[in-house]
Design a binder for this molecule. Structure first.
Ligand code: PLP
Length: 418
């Protein structure tokens, strides 16, 4: 029972360096966030020792009386937070949740219709190397080449042409709301099931700041660790219980064995926190931060430097910087921001003329900085730093100093030592 520093100093060093990195850089990867100390506590707890195959009250292992309470709380809180009649909180990750959803509502060989990966869709929505592309027959709708928006007439045409078993609405890189009612109408017209993957925007939905897919979809899947700010993991919801048995059995035993009870306990806490006014206020700052960033990257000096923003702005927690007219490509832009202390990821833009490892875009998100405490004033500074860093010949030292002022003013996990 020696501490980590003694048992495995090499790994202890990794933890220490990673904590330092998270403290010293401004985290703007749109899919990341910082969990509260309370969640770190559950995840590092003795619950990691427990096997609990099955569901609360119906386990294949003894000694589940306490972990049952955690899972029941997580289920009840997820249902109440999102107004769902059904919740499964066992998926280890978003991808596992999605594998369970597809195996519950489609049969291998069935056609599935989702957003094109290169236009902001996710691997699990039909990418050819993913299970979804190998087991099913994926077809895709893309965004409009002029507006970069999903055009529901195109979705309808594709649905009529391909008669999919499942229509998927959801994205990893798209800066606007999807029209869930229109997706529902198309699904009904062609006799498809509608699955919404709200992994990215679940926190905004929980806060009432984004339309909820729950009333429209047959099934909704999500991660817990993006805008929702909980432990790295997934969950599944449904507006009614029609698919409950199928969904449960396709999570366990269909896709998974023992649930991660330490993570499920942490999910319960995340759902509890997401129902509180502080969470809503944080999501409001997240959205304002993204709008401030979009406005800055569409200002005259940015446009003159070849930087723009896809769709001209954002309704959500991320901005898609468009570098097609910039001499700096996505890879160089990612590196330039890293040099000034800001972490983002490069991202292909739809119809990208540059190759996927280079790209002509950046995906920049505000959830983690909102969690760190940033408000309009700080988002204005960081947006200016980004705009300046993306211009050729930027003063890297001066920009790094501005970032340092922000990281020092908003300490992360004060007092925590790995
Ligand atoms: N679904 C969407 C829309 C996502 O963006 C992601 C994560 O990037 C996932 C699912 C998969 O989540 P995970 O990385 O937990 O498997």
């Amino acid at each position: 029972n020696e501490p980590l520093e003694v048992v495995d100093p090499e790994i202890a060093t990794v933890l220490e360096l990673e904590l330092g990195r998270q403290r010293d850089y401004l985290e703007m990867i749109a899919s990341e966030n910082f969990v509260p100390r309370a969640i770190l506590q559950s995840q590092g707890s003795v619950l990691t020792n427990k096997y609990a195959e099955g569901y609360p009250g119906r386990r294949y292992y003894g000694g589940c009386e306490f972990v049952d309470v955690a899972e029941e709380l997580a289920i009840a809180r997820a249902k109440s937070l999102f107004g769902a009649a059904y919740a499964n909180v066992q998926p280890h990750s978003g991808a596992t949740a999605n594998a369970a959803v597809l195996s519950a509502i489609a049969t291998p060989g069935d056609t599935i219709l989702g957003l094109e990966l290169a236009h902001g869709g996710h691997l699990t929505h039909g990418m050819k190397l993913n299970f979804s592309g190998k087991l099913y027959n994926p077809v895709a709708y893309g965004v409009d080449p002029d507006t970069f928006l999903v055009d529901m007439d195109v979705v309808r045409d594709k649905a009529i042409e391909h008669k999919p078993k499942v229509i998927i609405a959801g994205w990893s890189a798209y800066p606007r709301h999807l029209d869930f009612a229109a997706f529902r109408a198309i699904a009904d017209e062609v006799g498809a099931l509608l699955w919404v993957d709200m992994a990215h925007f679940a926190g905004l939905v929980a806060a009432g700041l984004h339309p909820s897919p729950v009333p429209y979809a047959d099934v909704v899947s999500s991660t817990v660790h993006k805008t929702l700010a909980g432990p790295r993991s997934g969950f599944i919801l449904s507006r009614d219980t029609a698919l409950a048995k199928k969904l449960n059995s396709n999570v366990f035993p269909g896709q998974q064995g023992g649930p991660l009870m330490h993570v499920i306990a942490a999910k319960a806490t995340a759902f509890k926190l997401a129902a509180e006014p502080e969470f809503k206020e944080r999501q409001e700052r997240t959205l304002r931060g993204a709008s401030i960033l979009a406005a800055r990257l569409t200002a005259d000096d940015s446009r003159a430097a070849g930087v723009d923003v896809l769709t001209g702005g954002t309704d959500v927690h991320l901005v898609l910087a468009d570098l097609r007219n910039s001499p700096i490509n996505g890879q160089q832009a990612e590196d330039a921001l890293h040099d000034v202390g800001i972490t983002v990821n490069r991202n292909s833009v739809p119809f990208d003329p540059r190759p996927p490892m280079v790209t002509s875009g950046l995906r920049i998100g505000t959830p983690a900085l909102a969690t760190r405490g940033f408000d309009d004033a700080e988002f204005t500074v960081v947006s200016d730093v980004i705009a300046e860093a993306l211009k050729p010949g930027a003063d890297v030292q001066a920009l790094r100093a501005r970032v340092k002022t922000l990281t020092e003013a908003f300490p992360l996990y004060p007092g925590l030592q790995q």
